[in-house]
Design a protein around this ligand. Structure first.
Ligand code: ZN
Length: 436
């Protein structure tokens, strides 16, 4: 596995203090952009890598939770125009578990969860004896391209991530890291309005050559949409608003002469499924009702998927796991059971993964633990929009590509553009999108 040598982020971490928010409403909030900046590595590399072009700025922009069908001229005119201008991939998929943290980690590492350490948003933490969110900077166990571009080429990288847990798990990776602010209560994310303003400020102040962006509104308003399961007014408004913010970002790039330097990779990390209130699966209740299972498994609930970790007497493991499969498979709404090995999820996914049918969700540990209508993590939420565009001369125009691509292909594509090795990754670069 690739190792980044000679880098210890704890030594070169400097912090730019968060500016004081002005009292004057939105303008003041926009000024409150806090960023952490890592120093340029002092170590000289024997053979520093070279980008494919000296004037290249790469942006990976994640439209969190966007469905492929929402990439159309009526709902997302800017994104649709960008996709038409560049290379549109029509068979793109997230990887399992179709959640935010594993797929953002896949994008930046190019490898499966059994190598990068992040199988799901929430895992059963064996040592702690409870479930927890994977939001720690040391949860990712494989080098990210945010680090590798910074360390191996000496170029500035940036992360502008709207969600607090994304900022946590990618802490210490990029040269410049924006801490999402202000955060919306409950959703713990920053509205796209603030995130895109922070993106412009980050680009203006630091001129990063590679920037990783997450826009959280589509996902957050999709989860929380209470206007009905078919109308989804808040979600549709969020798609349109996010698209408009990206229109403004394009204008910013054009106005500052950066558009001609830009390669823009846009994708979502998963799509979204909606369930009616009664379509919930409470696995914990079923386990508690079974004497052979009660107290023997820890459950990490991930919306459209549950992971089960055996916590009983090791001698009873095989029998308990066999019984678990029978009981969970019989629950209404359960679609499939997998071993973590089948999905290449690694040890942190425990001993068994269960997924929901379309229109269903898990709610654990209690039937009221997950009341939200919008969920993902299960198979129906794997398809994602994915295109490569931008104003740089290497960007190919007007292509539609049907071959399957995935979130794991982003890191090798970025590595390829910056002249870094990517043979060790599980994904492969989207080379057909470029004149190279
Ligand atoms: Zn997400």
């Amino acid at each position: 596995m690739c190792q980044i040598e000679g880098h210890d982020s704890s030594h070169d971490l400097t912090t730019i203090s968060r500016r004081t928010a002005l009292a004057a409403g939105g303008a003041g909030l926009l000024a409150a952009v806090g960023a952490t900046v890592l120093g340029t590595p002092a170590t000289a590399w024997a053979q520093p890598a070279r980008p494919v072009a000296d004037d290249l700025d790469v942006y990976v922009i994640v439209t969190d939770g966007m469905n492929p069908g929402e990439l159309n001229p009526a709902q997302a005119p800017t994104l649709n125009r960008w996709a038409d201008h560049g290379t549109r991939y029509t068979s793109a998929q997230a990887h399992m578990i179709a959640e935010t943290l594993p797929n953002h980690t896949a994008m930046m590492t190019g490898v499966f969860p059994d190598r990068n350490g992040v199988p799901s948003n929430s895992i059963w933490d064996h040592a702690a004896g409870e479930d927890r969110t994977m939001d720690r900077a040391d949860d990712i166990t494989y080098p990210t391209v945010l680090e590798r571009v910074r360390v191996e080429t000496g170029l500035t990288t940036a992360s502008v991530l709207s969600k607090d847990y994304l900022h946590g798990i990618f802490g210490g990776k990029a040269s410049v890291q924006w801490a999402p602010f202000p955060l919306v209560p409950i959703t713990d994310h920053s509205l796209d309005e603030f995130t895109v303003e922070a993106l412009k400020r980050t680009v203006t102040d630091h001129n990063p050559r590679f920037t990783f962006v997450n826009l959280g509104d589509m996902d957050r308003f999709g989860h929380m949409d209470l206007t009905g399961y078919s109308l989804r007014a808040a979600r549709n408004q969020a798609v349109w608003n996010s698209d408009h913010k990206l229109f403004q970002f394009e204008q910013f790039l054009r106005d500052t002469g950066r558009w001609e330097h830009s390669v823009i990779i846009v994708l979502s990390d998963h799509s979204m499924d909606w369930s009616v209130p009664e379509n919930l699966i409470s696995a914990q209740s079923a386990l508690d009702a079974d004497p052979a299972l009660r107290g023997r498994f820890g459950i990490a609930q991930n919306g459209g998927a549950d992971t089960f970790t055996f916590i009983g007497n090791p001698a009873e493991r095989d029998a308990a796991l066999a019984r678990l499969r029978e009981v969970v498979a019989a629950l209404p709404g359960v679609r499939s059971l997998y071993t973590p090995e089948e999905l290449r999820l690694g040890d942190r996914a425990g001993d068994l993964v269960a997924t929901a049918h379309q229109g269903w969700r898990f709610s654990d540990p209690t039937p009221v633990s997950n009341p939200i209508p919008g969920n993902h993590g299960h198979e129906v939420t794997l398809p994602i929009p994915f295109f490569i565009s931008g104003g740089h001369r290497i960007v190919r125009h007007g292509q539609v590509i049907d071959r399957p691509v995935t979130t794991r292909d982003v890191a090798p594509t970025v590595a390829h553009l910056f002249g870094l090795t990517h043979d060790d990754m599980d994904g492969s670069p989207a080379v057909e999108a470029f004149h190279l």
